[in-house]
Design a protein around this ligand. Structure first.
Ligand code: ADP
Ligand code: MG
Length: 504
């Protein structure tokens, strides 16, 4: 089972003019629930649809329309909570968060402030082989997304697309346990990986289906430990929140910039003002968007249109019983069952489709390590070159396994196997048949190898003298024989034969 022994990474330290500073980061991730219908209406969630075509009356806030909870969205959020080993609250409730914006026709967002569906959980953030940080999850609440204002289609007008209005989001809030820009990116990566394994969010950041608000503060070394002991935020610095980040690279750049900005203010004797900021990727800097609003600014109150949400433990148990194997468990199993390194197991489990492909190859080939090598180095490398996904791989798991079986049987050398892979990749076909029909079989017949070695030795007397004086040069003969046999000679047999003939 899962081996939880890992080292904790050291926090990022920035040296300022007055000494060292450490970073403290907490994230709020908005993950769009994978569901065909919206949270409170039956309208479609399909991305890229004609503007305002996926809008039910309730999404457009027509008078008298009432929201009805989509049970599947709640199930997905529960599944997500279970996947993050979190507390599931059998009673939760929806609140109205009031604010005005053209893309929010209701004038409020239905969210969960006081009683979220999911409570405390955790994410193990991988920072390299054997190194990981445990980041605590504070809560996950379910809420509606807003629509989209479009300002760049016309010089004089703005447009509003309500297709996104009312789509279900999970807001996943972490504790401020993330200690550097790389960890922040790794946190999002790991969370996204878990969501995709669970099938509760497609994790597509380009489409805005996963976006992060990043809270950053800086403090002196030792302060974070005091916070950890007491859970008193007073030990930490004032934070700023950078909104709506949808790229791992920008998340890191924004944190780096923001930390240095805060350090400069503090070292100058100033105070960091708690506020919401935006990252400008072109300039590489964050700038103030608005002063930080407090919950009371939104005049949150329980949504009178919805009863408290009550779910049953038996239903939660049913969902738990169908959870798939998650990344940490799969990685541990790959290391245990197939003897893979932490690194290889991480690469193979990064994506659930990759992991499934590898397992199919390993099972058919009967050798997990060779299967890992071939899948990672040959197949993934080749697919990447063609910008292809695993789902569109022209080579099946059975074909890769077929190549590996030929290597294991001694029918082909590693070098020929690579040629064979290229043939199978570009032309298709059964590896064993291709080897047979194209005469690619490895020559293990000592008579044939001996004849080739004799020929090379006879033709190169000067080289023979040199090799006798310096045995290291025997490799040249091996290379010549391999060349002469089109790479088909068994390298071990050639080596032996060359040594014997040269009397080494
Ligand atoms: P809000 O909802 O108003 O943004 P929360 O109290 O829910 O505020 O916190 C939001 C996020 O800010 C959480 O991820 C939390 O971990 C993080 N956070 C809180 N205090 C700090 C701090 N001093 N430095 C960095 N992150 C912080
Ligand atoms: Mg916030």
């Amino acid at each position: 089972m899962l081996d939880l022994t890992y080292e904790t990474p050291t926090p990022k330290v920035i040296s300022g003019a007055t000494g060292d500073w450490e970073l403290v980061i907490g994230m709020e991730i908005h993950a769009q629930v994978a569901s065909e219908a919206k949270l409170f209406s039956g309208a479609s969630t399909r991305f890229g649809a004609e503007p305002n075509s996926n809008v039910a009356f309730v999404d457009a806030a027509m008078p008298g329309m009432l929201p009805v909870v989509n049970e599947y969205c709640i199930e997905q959020a529960v599944r997500t909570g279970l996947g993050l080993k979190a507390q599931i609250n059998l009673v939760s409730a929806f609140d109205r968060k009031n604010y005005f914006y053209p893309d929010l026709p209701q004038g409020y967002q239905i969210s969960q402030l006081y009683h979220p569906l999911v409570g405390e959980g955790e994410v193990l953030v991988d920072m390299g082989p054997g190194v990981a940080r445990l980041v605590r999850i504070e809560r996950i609440h379910v809420e509606q997304d807003a629509g989209k204002s479009i300002h760049d289609m016309d010089p004089n007008m703005s447009f509003v697309d309500l297709n996104r209005t009312g789509v279900a989001l999970m807001e996943i809030v972490s504790r401020p346990d993330i200690r550097g820009p790389e960890e922040a990116a790794a946190f999002v990566t790991k969370l996204r990986q878990i969501l995709r394994y669970l099938g509760t969010c497609d994790g597509n950041m380009q489409n805005g289906n996963l976006r992060a608000d990043v809270n950053v503060s800086v403090c002196r070394p030792g302060q974070y430990e005091k916070y950890q002991e007491s859970q008193d935020f007073g030990h930490l610095g004032t934070r700023c929140e950078i909104k709506n980040m949808n790229s791992m690279r920008f998340i890191q750049a924004a944190i780096e910039y923001e930390a240095r900005r805060q350090i400069a203010i503090l070292e100058d004797g100033g105070k960091v003002v708690q506020e919401t900021r935006l990252f400008d990727p072109d300039k590489g800097e964050t700038r103030s968007m608005r002063s930080k609003e407090e919950a009371h600014d939104y005049r949150y109150f329980p949504c009178p249109d919805l009863l408290p949400l009550e779910i049953e433990q038996a239903w939660v148990d049913d969902i738990e019983a169908t959870l798939p194997e998650l990344p940490d468990a799969k990685k541990a199993r790959f290391m245990g069952d197939f003897g893979l390194t932490d690194y290889d197991a991480s690469v193979l489990t990064a994506d659930v489709a990759h992991a499934a492909f590898f397992e199919a190859v390993a099972a058919e080939a009967g050798d997990g390590k060779l299967a890992a090598n071939w899948v990672i180095n040959e197949l993934f490398g080749r697919l990447k070159k063609d910008a292809r996904e695993i789902g569109g791989s022209p080579v099946s798991a059975g074909q890769v396994a077929g190549i590996i079986r030929l290597i294991r049987a001694g029918d082909i050398s590693g070098k020929i196997a690579k040629d064979l892979f290229e043939i199978v990749y570009t032309e298709g076909g059964d590896p064993a048949q291709i080897v047979e029909s194209r005469g690619m079989k490895q020559v293990t017949d000592t008579g044939a190898i001996e004849a080739a070695v004799d020929e090379i030795i006879a033709a190169n007397p000067a080289q023979v003298e040199k090799a006798k004086a310096n045995p290291k040069l025997a490799g040249w003969f091996v290379g010549q024989v391999m060349k002469a046999t089109g790479g088909k000679a068994n390298p071990a047999a050639v080596n032996q034969m060359v040594s014997a003939k040269l009397g080494l």
